[in-house]
Ligand binder design. Structure first.
Ligand SMILES: [Zn+2]
Length: 195
């Protein structure tokens, strides 16, 4: 009967892929302040659109949101270990708020180990954000390594699907005609699966 013995697989942490999806994107709260230890060494910045009810990155050379006339907006990200919750999150900030981060990054050869406080200057929605930085005591204990922000965002934003979508649009516009030299550029086009 031993060949049919049933066992229960266990592990002390979920698989890496599923663990990464657990990271949250956190913005500066409307009241109170966000405090944490910066784990990333440099800012990860992208141009984004708010399109079809959600944030998506701007893509090149083809971008559906740009084609629809939507504005691009720069957004920066840093991996931060929140002090109170001991929660590792992606801190998201806008260009106007980022000056102290950029300055610190340039003058201290990176941001890792800095202690950050972010708060809004008034209770109005979207009030101006102030970020203050202090050098942290990173030697006191060993903080976790910074997670790969590109990888986390790529999951949150379903980048694979987005890129496939933009590639299909580009092909549909005839812009990607030379992308696949195996398909001769003569005769009727093969029928596509969907209209
Ligand atoms: Zn765009």
């Amino acid at each position: 009967m031993s060949e049919h013995e049933i066992s229960i697989p266990t592990s002390s942490a979920p698989p890496d892929e599923q663990l990464r999806t657990a990271y949250r994107i956190v913005r500066t709260p409307s009241s109170g302040e966000l405090q944490g230890l910066i784990l990333s060494n440099e800012i990860y910045g992208t141009w984004t659109h708010f399109f079809n009810g959600r944030t998506r990155p701007h893509t090149e050379p083809c971008c559906e949101a740009c084609d629809a006339g939507q504005n691009q907006r720069w957004q920066g990200y840093l991996a931060v270990l929140l002090t109170r919750a001991r929660d590792l999150v992606l801190f998201e900030f806008t260009a106007p708020a980022s000056a102290p981060l950029v300055e610190y990054q340039e003058h201290n050869r990176g941001l890792r180990g800095a202690v950050m406080r972010a708060y809004r200057n008034s209770p109005r929605p979207n009030a101006r954000v102030t970020i203050r930085l202090e050098r942290g005591d990173i030697d006191m204990y060993s903080p976790p390594p910074a997670p790969n922000i590109a990888e986390i965002l790529s999951r949150i934003w379903s980048i694979d699907r987005l890129i496939a979508h933009e590639a299909a649009r580009a092909a549909g516009n005839g812009q990607a005609r030379t992308a696949n030299p195996q398909i001769p550029d003569t005769g009727p086009k093969p029928k596509r699966g969907r209209k």
